[in-house]
Design a protein around this ligand. Structure first.
Ligand code: 6CS
Length: 359
């Protein structure tokens, strides 16, 4: 039995009302300028997570909280809302867009229907097999710049991309070749492009919120799903599946965003504090995901008889070939800007891989 509190829509409506009713958290300077009075300290920044306590996103948020509360001498507090306390990923994005939360994680797998360009990170076998190459590309200013306008058009300020580890497939059988996906009810994140990735293998994509995956697997409404190891452990998916297949089709990538109007209205020093803190937290998050993905595989093996399968390069290659047409679907969905991003990411990967010293 999982400790995770399952999400219900009426609760979401209630939380929206509560957040909307909360005294806004204007910056101290802004409050002081507007009213000509002494600002009320402390102010609170609300940070909504797509993952539960103990996750990669939760570690990230705790590190950010510590830094902001310290640099502001306690004048800024960060209130963290782990997954289950407010809403699904899409609902969190809506709350960030309209300003009920200030900061949020927004994963492309869900976000791509809102910011279609982000669907590039759902494409399989696009990024490098070398995680360090991916990490550098995801952290590059060039990539952030390329995405900043599409995010800004949704009133979101993009602060960075965070890789959280390889996607691992779980099912009640090994998934060694595309034919193994034939007709398989495979849970995907909410966006259309996420579904396309698995349609290409012959699966029947079944989008569902994260909170619903455990019970859907248990009740056999879905037969498989993909997530990094740390998530498979903390959400208990391994308890209701017999096999984990490591194909390394894609990294799970998320983005850190804020409400754009809010961010733009912050005084310069607070903007700088936030940006400095985010820069400091990024490398820590990288270490945390590596540690959690490794240690939780041990936990899963200890606590279950799950079968763990690593695909050979030949097996991966069959999936790579089957995945390629989805890139055209992506460019249709994400338009010229998306096409340019896809081409540039491909070039960046090729260039970086050609520069990696042979081992
Ligand atoms: O599968 C999902 O929906 C979720 N997976 C992770 C690892 N983080 C958040 C996301 O919503």
């Amino acid at each position: 039995m999982r400790r995770f509190c399952h999400w219900r829509t009426p609760l979401f409506a209630m939380v929206i009302l509560l957040l909307a009713g909360c005294s806004d958290s204007p910056s101290p300077t802004a409050a002081s300028d507007d009213a000509g009075e002494k600002p009320t300290y402390p102010v609170t920044w609300r940070f909504a997570l797509e993952e539960i306590e103990g996750s990669v996103q939760h570690h990230y948020a705790l590190e950010l909280k510590e830094r902001i509360e310290s640099i502001s001498d306690g004048n800024i507090l960060i209130d963290i809302f782990p997954y289950g306390s407010i809403g699904t990923s899409l609902q969190l994005t809506d709350l960030a867009r309209e300003g009920s939360v200030h900061l949020a994680f927004a994963s492309p797998g869900h976000l791509a229907d809102v910011v279609p360009e982000t669907g590039v990170f759902t494409l399989h076998f696009l990024l490098s097999d070398d995680e360090h190459v991916n990490r550098n590309i995801l952290a590059s200013d060039e990539l952030i710049q390329a995405f900043s306008k599409p995010y800004a058009e949704q009133n979101l300020e993009l602060h960075g991309f965070v890789p959280e580890g390889w996607m691992v497939w779980t099912a009640n059988k090994p998934l060694r070749e595309p034919a193994d996906f034939d007709g398989l009810a495979f849970r995907t994140m909410a966006s259309k492009i996420s579904a396309e990735a698995y349609k290409a293998y012959g699966a029947t994509p079944t989008p569902a919120p994260y909170s619903q995956v455990y019970s859907d697997l248990q009740l056999r409404r879905i037969e498989g799903q993909a997530n990094p190891v740390f998530a498979i452990e903390e959400m208990g998916f391994y308890e209701v599946q017999s096999t984990m297949t490591f194909a390394r089709p894609a990294q799970f990538v998320t983005s850190v965003v804020s409400n754009r109007d809010w961010f733009r209205s912050l005084p310069d020093d607070q903007k700088r504090w936030l940006q400095d803190a985010l820069n400091e937290v990024a490398p820590l998050a990288w270490e945390v995901q590596a540690e959690l993905n490794a240690s939780r595989l041990d936990t899963i093996r200890r606590n279950s008889g799950i079968r763990v399968i690593e695909l050979t390069e030949e097996e991966r290659d069959r999936f790579r070939k089957a995945s390629l047409p989805v890139r055209e679907t992506y460019t249709r969905m994400a338009g010229e800007r998306g096409k340019a991003i896809l081409e540039r990411v491909t070039e960046m990967v090729d260039k970086a891989e050609s520069e990696v010293p042979a081992t």
